[in-house]
Ligand binder design. Structure first.
Ligand code: NIG
Ligand code: FE
Length: 405
């Protein structure tokens, strides 16, 4: 925790991307008590005004700490075999319908202890941190029973205690139908609404709920029941929607005031309008698009026209996006979805934070929590342009330098 006794820290001559745009001039940035306390154009800055500050860095590009607002970081096993099957022409849906896909990760995750899951997930979390993440959302969804979903959420919470990172947890009980409920999807939804959500809330284990609204997962009517329960229990709402087809899941989620609708490749104009009206963020997941070799692009131009904020996240998971490198996602968002580098970086900072209901994060602004990255590059756009590990010079979490190279 930041304390008043921590020395004030000063970064000099940094090029700042503030979460929405690049500032024109080199800046001086002051951090005190875990927050950004001052931000001045370097040429106007008088360091005798803060005689008690220590210099913490000079030069480079400063961005907000990255916000990875959509991950499935906690799971056991891997699905490299399915990757090979898909390369031979079997589709993601066909693998799922044959009992593989998400359900194969469920089998491995159910069999794993909490310590096994911590051991499996920590290297993935460490990879995110080494690439600048200071806030990460982690979903359950590979347990699909009350006990196993709570186990995953406890592991996610523990990860946030083991590393200097802010972890938000999301209950994704409605990720797939577990085999023991075959032919009884509505009963499984009842389990989620009547037992899983109340238990997660009682244990303070979930910040939000999520659903997979899709032909191979749950119908809009079933998702609506989950949203009703989430509302009753005061949990925020998110949705995997319009990933493989257009079922109207994003518009439905928006009507429930969802923080975000995620994937959205098949989103239509009515869905975009509903999201704009509700202030729902579109979370773009170019890693899943890339790995599944999708061809249907999300409606980027419509999202721009309607002013729907676009976040970008890793979707780190064993099936569709086994990738723990958020800056690669910025690159893919540009090359595959034609976002500008500025949009991609805003998607991984200010808009990512908004997709988690934490709008004060993801900004370099006076008063904001001091979650920041200092990169050894000349211009912010380089983060999206080049795919290269090792450019992070410092990662600052809550005002403390936690990674320094
Ligand atoms: O975001 N679409 C559903 N869920 C994940 C994939 C999960 C998996 O295949 O294990 C996603 O793509
Ligand atoms: Fe996902």
């Amino acid at each position: 925790m930041p304390s008043e006794s921590m020395p004030k820290q000063l970064w000099r001559q940094v090029r700042v991307f503030d979460g929405l745009k690049q500032l024109d001039e080199e800046m001086a940035v002051l951090v005190a008590g875990g927050r950004i306390a001052g931000l001045w154009p370097e040429k106007d800055f008088d360091d005798s005004s803060v005689p008690d500050a220590v210099e913490a860095g000079r030069g480079g590009v400063m961005t907000p700490g990255l916000v990875d607002c959509h991950t499935h970081l906690v799971y056991a096993g891997n699905r490299a075999g399915e990757f090979e099957q898909r390369l031979e022409g079997v589709s993601y849906e066909e693998i799922a319908r044959a009992g593989g896909g998400i359900i194969s990760s469920v089998r491995a995750t159910r069999a794993a202890s909490e310590d096994d899951l911590i051991a499996a997930s920590l290297p993935r979390l460490d990879a995110l941190l080494a690439d600048g993440v200071t806030t990460v959302e982690i979903k359950s969804g590979y347990g699909l029973s009350v006990e196993s979903e709570l186990k995953m959420l406890r592991v996610a919470r523990r990860l946030g205690e083991l590393r200097p990172v802010r972890v938000l947890t999301t209950l994704l009980g409605a990720h797939a139908l577990p085999p023991e409920y075959a032919g009884r999807a509505d009963d499984y939804i009842s389990l989620i609404c009547e037992e899983m959500i109340p238990a997660a809330v009682a244990g303070n284990l979930a910040d939000a709920v999520d659903v997979f609204c899709e032909g191979i997962a749950f119908s809009p009517a079933q998702c609506q029941r989950v949203f009703e329960a989430a509302k009753t229990y005061g949990l925020a709402i998110k949705a995997h929607a319009e990933q493989l087809s257009n079922l109207g899941g994003s518009a439905l989620a928006a009507r429930y005031g969802a923080l975000s609708a995620d994937h959205v490749e098949y989103l239509d104009e009515a869905g975009v309008r509903a999201m704009a009206e509700a202030g729902t963020v579109a979370v773009l997941l170019p890693g899943a698009f890339h790995v599944l070799r999708e061809t249907q692009l999300p409606p980027i131009e419509l999202l721009r026209q309607y002013g729907v904020p676009m976040a970008v996240a890793s979707d780190a998971n064993p099936g569709t996006s086994p990738i723990c490198m958020p800056t690669l996602m910025a690159n893919l968002a540009c090359t595959l979805f034609r976002l500008t580098p500025r949009e991609a970086l805003a998607g991984m900072t200010a808009h990512g934070a908004r997709a988690l209901g934490l709008p004060e994060l993801g900004r370099i602004a006076v008063g904001a929590p001091a979650d920041m990255c200092l990169w050894d590059i000349q211009q912010p756009a380089e983060l999206a342009y080049a795919v290269q590990a090792g450019r992070l010079r410092q990662r600052v979490f809550n005002g403390e330098v936690t990674h320094a190279c």
